[in-house]
Design a binder for this molecule. Sequence first.
Ligand SMILES: [Zn+2]
Length: 425
Amino acid sequence: MKLAHGWTLLRNGQLVDGTGAPPVPDAAVVVRNGKILYAGPSAGAPETPPDARVIDAHGGTILPGLVEAHFHATYFNVLELQDLDIRYPVEYVTIRAVKNAQTALEAGYTAARSGGSLFNIDVWLRRALDEDMIPGPRLAPSGREICGAGGLMDWNPDYRKIGMEGLVLIVNGPDEARAAVRKLVKDGVEWVKTYPTGDAAAPDINDHHSLSMTFEEMHAVVGTAHNHGLKVTGHCRANQGIKNALRAGYDALEHATFMDDEALDLLLERNVPVVPALWFEQASVDHGAQFGMSQRVIDGHKETLEGGAASALRIQRAGGRIALGGDFGFTWTPHGTYAKEITFFVRQVGFTPLEALTCATKNGAELMGRGHEIGTVEPGKLADLLVVDGDVLQNIRLLENRANFRAVLQGGQLKAGKLAAEPRP
Ligand SMILES: [Zn+2]
């Protein structure tokens, strides 16, 4: 993505810099050629030339662009998982993914890490984004996900003879697991996303306490991925699946729902980051019946929600790393509503607003492997910034409504928000 040329001064707002430091009242952020030159009290800001662009925060909040840590660009607000498989062609899904990327940026998310993609769409989406062909977040792609045969994502019966080609690579044993990773290496992914466990969504044979891959398969995935410089993560609900992932050398965990003390110790030993993705569970409990979920599935989501919230709080209080992202892209959790995850962590899980914002910015950037470039408002970093009307620390829900966004900047370029809609004076 191109950096802006020239100078920008953001002023007249409180600064929440993403590091977890207390907010700086009456702050200024000075941007030169797309990078942050200064961030702090306005009294200490360096002079800017007369032709500098000035963004007045009008007493609102200046913060880092948000990072969606579990983003599915190709989940296009579907009614059920099967919609992601055989009902739509790659052409249509690609167009929807482009729109979802634009929606994410407009919602204040300047970066995102893919939690898996249909076909290899997110890899090529990243290229189009990097080339400034389309608007959207900086993206760390995953391509197709890996799941054991008969596991959570292998839902088409064999007699249909249609496989699962678009969504996942199905593996049987360590050799096939290695072959799947090697395909992803060639596809150009950054992350390998796997399915160590089942989920409440599949209560009959792959529920949230079951395993969808063997330890040997997971270990083979990690060895091959790390050999090629890729990182590995996995959908981990069941306690045993979490431990398998940590012992196999996973670089991150999605969900980490049901953790005993041993699992927590293993996690903290290597400080492995976790993306709980809890709003999806709450929304499924609240709205599942309306969208055809059985009571059994809803009960499973409720158990998952309670287990996941407890685990997330334990990880945070023990000094672990949580990043926020939420599996958005279902009818009851549409794209653009990602900040509901942040609100949920403040209102329901017990994180302070500052903690939740650090998880939604700095921790997400670190998880992407780009903590040195983005995620906080500090000198030397790319000017990926969000300017919001009002005090976000007092009312975290302000982030849910893009009508409150004055400016969304990427590399110092004004990309979205109310100011982007106005002609430059
Ligand atoms: Zn996901």
